[in-house]
Design a protein around this ligand. Structure first.
Ligand SMILES: [Zn+2]
Length: 440
């Protein structure tokens, strides 16, 4: 593990996409000290610092992936071209065979993919999260890791999920870059007691809750048949909804549910690719949620349903789908799309005061983007936000820093050897794929 404090660093004469309150794009220097930005703009002192010539780079805030299951990195392509119920059938079968060691191998591959795509923070939902935490720490990312909680009779986890989650919180609380949290899986596997137990546990530890919500019509209809309420309305009725929560998907919501989620200050992780690929049918009401005052971020979901962890791809798709769905090219502008994966993502995590933008005082989580990459030409300052939202390839991301520490340099991971990560992932995938994919 590197020293807690990174040595001083100056990126000189770069195009800085600040994502500050005025959304300024400025040419200037960025100085990092003690893991934080201490100067953004012209004329930074270079004293005692490593200096990176930034004139061919844009400095861009690290992206926030607001919903994923990173350890499913070994399952890309295992359940394509089926709907959510067919997908879950394959996944539950594979899950029952998973061991902590292959979860760690999958998480390392997934974290590697995210870092190479400029994602510095991610919100995860899975079990064996200690393995995910170790992978996050080893590669140098910032992880907000939710231990999956479901009814004891519905899980493949050894032991009681709520007790497992409590143990995980105890082991990682106070870590510099790993934030442990509680993650009730969804209404289809969680009873009232499980939801409220999860909430009580999260509140006792002062941490976040992350869960799936109203992803498919089937989920909504089955829950309504069982309880007389749609999932979001039911969660309100049992007294679950509140701040410091991030609900993933939220595709099938009524106007009333949108108002309740916004009023309770529940954050939303919109997963456009996953919803489209699993044919959820509808389009998440992102515009209405934002208009109601809800904080919305973007999530990739896992590579079993996306099948990529690229936030650039996610921004592009999320924007196009909303525009087309509404016959309105002006909704979710390029600037708004970039907001969703930076400042809004940080807000979802309750970390807007120290993540999400390149501003003095914030943690130095950022990427250096090549301005000479074919997908970024012409690299005009007034078009750089557009390029990020609609055009840029992950290949244009040259270097990535977390807390001022380099974690990717010249498109190579700094802290681990990719060949080793890849070989371990390929080896661990053998046993998981042995039962066959869902391909017919
Ligand atoms: Zn998910």
């Amino acid at each position: 593990m590197p020293a807690a404090e990174a040595p001083p660093l100056v990126v000189a004469d770069a195009l800085v996409v600040t994502q500050d309150a005025a959304r300024r794009v400025v040419r200037g220097d960025v100085r990092v000290e003690g893991g934080r930005f201490v100067h953004v703009g012209p004329g930074a002192t270079r004293e005692g610092a490593e200096v990176v010539d930034g004139h061919r780079f844009a400095v861009v805030p690290g992206f926030v992936n607001a919903h994923t299951h990173v350890a499913m990195g070994l399952l890309r392509g295992i359940a394509d071209d089926v709907d959510l119920s067919g997908f879950l059938e394959t996944l539950f079968r594979v899950d029952a065979r998973r061991a902590e060691s292959d979860v760690e191998a999958g998480a390392r591959a997934g974290v590697a993919e995210m870092l190479l795509g400029g994602t510095t923070s991610f919100l995860d939902l899975y079990y064996f999260e200690d393995a995910v935490a170790r992978a996050t720490e080893a590669l140098g990312a910032r992880g907000f890791l939710g231990w999956a909680v479901l009814d004891p009779d519905k899980t493949t986890q050894p032991g009681a999920p709520l007790d497992n989650a409590a143990g995980f919180l105890g082991r990682w609380k106070g870590h510099r870059t790993v934030t442990p949290l509680v993650a009730p899986q969804g209404v289809y596997v969680c009873s009232r007691e499980t939801w409220l137990g999860a909430k009580e546990l999260a509140e006792r530890h002062g941490t976040l809750l992350h869960y799936h919500l109203s992803e498919t019509r089937r989920e909504v209809h089955e829950h309504e048949a069982r309880t007389g309420r749609r999932p979001a309305a039911w969660l309100e009725e049992i007294g679950f909804l509140g701040p410091r929560q991030v609900a993933a998907h939220a595709v099938w919501l009524t106007g009333e549910e949108i108002a309740v989620l916004a009023r309770r200050r529940v954050g939303i992780a919109h997963c456009a690719s996953s919803n489209l690929k699993l044919a959820s049918g509808g389009v998440a009401p992102v515009v209405e949620l934002r208009a109601a005052g809800a904080t919305v971020g973007l999530g990739t979901d896992s590579v079993a349903s996306n099948n990529s962890l690229s936030m650039l791809r996610e921004m592009h798709l999320a924007g196009l789908v909303q525009k087309n769905q509404r016959w309105d090219a002006s909704v979710l502008s390029a600037q708004e799309l970039l907001d969703l994966v930076t400042v809004e993502g940080a807000k979802l995590l309750g970390r807007e005061s120290d993540l999400g933008s390149v501003e003095v005082g914030k943690r130095a989580d950022f990427s250096l983007v090549r301005l000479d990459h074919p997908s970024v030409v012409p690299a005009r300052p007034e078009a750089i936000v557009s390029h990020l939202a609609y055009a840029m390839s992950d290949e244009a991301i040259d270097s990535v820093y977390v807390d001022g520490h380099p974690v990717v340099r010249n498109r190579a991971l700094v802290r681990v050897d990719w060949e080793r990560v890849r070989r371990d992932a390929e080896a661990a995938s053998e046993a998981l794929w042995a039962g066959g994919s869902s391909r017919r």
